[in-house]
Design a protein around this ligand. Structure first.
Ligand SMILES: [Zn+2]
Length: 389
């Protein structure tokens, strides 16, 4: 069975009601539920789901750190093995869904979670079916076959086809109560994932189709979703997030994501904002692609055509205007739009940032980049920003 065959997506408002039908169909009497407790009650999901749990043994995993950590995965695996569930449900933001993927799958392996996450042992088999229910419009984790986990402050990405959730329930009514700050940071993740996906070395015609639709929706709806949210705008952002997830499931992400992980772990900047901080400098950098530095085997003309598509989506006709447009989108969403604004402005702090870049994600950037070239780019961007302030 291919990935797509066993990946069922419910995208409509009210889709959460499908969970009860799936539990019945699978005939599961023991459930394991990774749940962000505050999102569960605030989103209204508790009211819909609790009646389905009445006559079933439900083991709940709550109280986990934001951004998946090894110690939470290990704690979940132990609890999971005792409960021996027939079905997994993960409800919350990207953290809850990534934890659901990792706990359910890694619990079915003899090898340690640490070894698998760090890439020293391979995933060999799947866990029980997983229903992923996002309560934010951002990561698109319900549509991807990878999961992020931090081991002693270092970020790892685990990838395997069995990590793709069997069911994705994308119900935008669950995002209606989200505060503006979370709407903005998660929505920026979706937008950046779409843009990065378009220029990624791993992009295909199919991923570009998803990413283009996602970027268009996010461009039109992100600011309204943070400042004047309506049901329509929330629905558009949920679609944007899900489509960006499908896009990066194929293409993977690039330099802004590669740079973002240490900004999040060292400076506590939410993931989507951390990614957006280097999106516009990387657009300027990638637009200067040439035969000598092109990482995409399809060549620099191909990359330039992708950059032109991004300019078209942003409604501008120069790279400088596109950078402005992106930075304005970030600030209009109420978020800091430069490294300096989150406290990364000295040469030493930029040096530390580029030295911790995720090399694997960086290799998917369309123009070759090294710690040195990123240092030159980001110090120049910071200096220009400070002159402009
Ligand atoms: Zn992301």
């Amino acid at each position: 069975m291919s990935q797509a065959d066993r990946h069922v997506v419910h995208l409509q408002d009210g889709a959460l009601a499908e969970v009860g039908a799936i539990i019945d169909r699978v005939a599961a009497s023991r459930l394991y539920f990774v749940v962000d407790a505050s999102a569960y009650s605030a989103s209204g999901a508790a009211t819909v789901l609790e009646p389905n749990f009445r006559d079933r043994a439900v083991t709940r995993f709550t109280d986990f750190d934001l951004n998946p950590k090894l110690h939470d995965v290990e704690r979940g695996i132990e609890q999971f093995r005792q409960a021996d569930p027939e079905l997994m449900i993960a409800l919350g933001g990207g953290t809850a869904i990534d934890l659901g993927k990792l706990i359910g799958t890694l619990a079915c392996h003899h090898e340690s979670a640490r070894d698998i996450i760090m890439g020293n042992s391979a995933i060999r088999q799947s866990g029980p079916p997983l229903i992923a229910v996002p309560t934010t419009a951002g990561t698109g984790s319900e549509a991807t076959h990878f999961a992020v986990a931090y081991v002693e402050g270092v970020k790892y990405s685990v990838a395997h086809s069995v990590l793709l959730p069997d069911y994705a329930i994308v119900d935008s009514t669950l995002t209606h109560s989200l505060p503006a700050s979370i709407t903005a940071s998660t929505g920026l993740d979706a937008f950046c994932q779409a843009i990065e996906s378009i220029w990624a070395v791993g992009a295909t015609n199919e991923s570009i189709e998803y990413a283009t639709r996602s970027a268009r929706l996010a461009m039109n709806s992100l600011v309204n979703a943070t400042q004047n949210p309506t049901a329509d705008v929330r629905r558009d952002m949920c679609r944007a997030s899900h489509l960006a997830g499908r896009a990066i499931n194929i293409s993977k992400t690039t330099a802004p994501h590669a740079l973002s992980y240490s900004i999040t772990s060292e400076y506590g900047v939410p993931h989507g904002i951390a990614v957006a901080l280097t999106l516009s400098p990387m657009l300027a950098y990638n637009a200067q692609v040439s035969k000598l530095n092109c990482a995409d085997p399809r060549g620099p003309e191909h990359v330039r055509a992708r950059i032109d598509l991004i300019l078209e989506l942003l409604g501008v006709n120069s790279v400088a205007a596109a950078c402005n447009r992106m930075e304005n989108l970030v600030s209009a969403s109420g978020c800091p739009n430069s490294l300096a604004l989150v406290g990364i402005k000295t040469d030493a702090s930029i040096r530390r940032l580029v030295n911790q870049v995720d090399a694997h994600r960086l290799s998917n950037n369309p123009r070759h980049a090294t710690s040195e070239s990123l240092f030159a780019l980001l110090t120049k961007t910071c200096a220009q920003g400070q002159r402009g302030m």
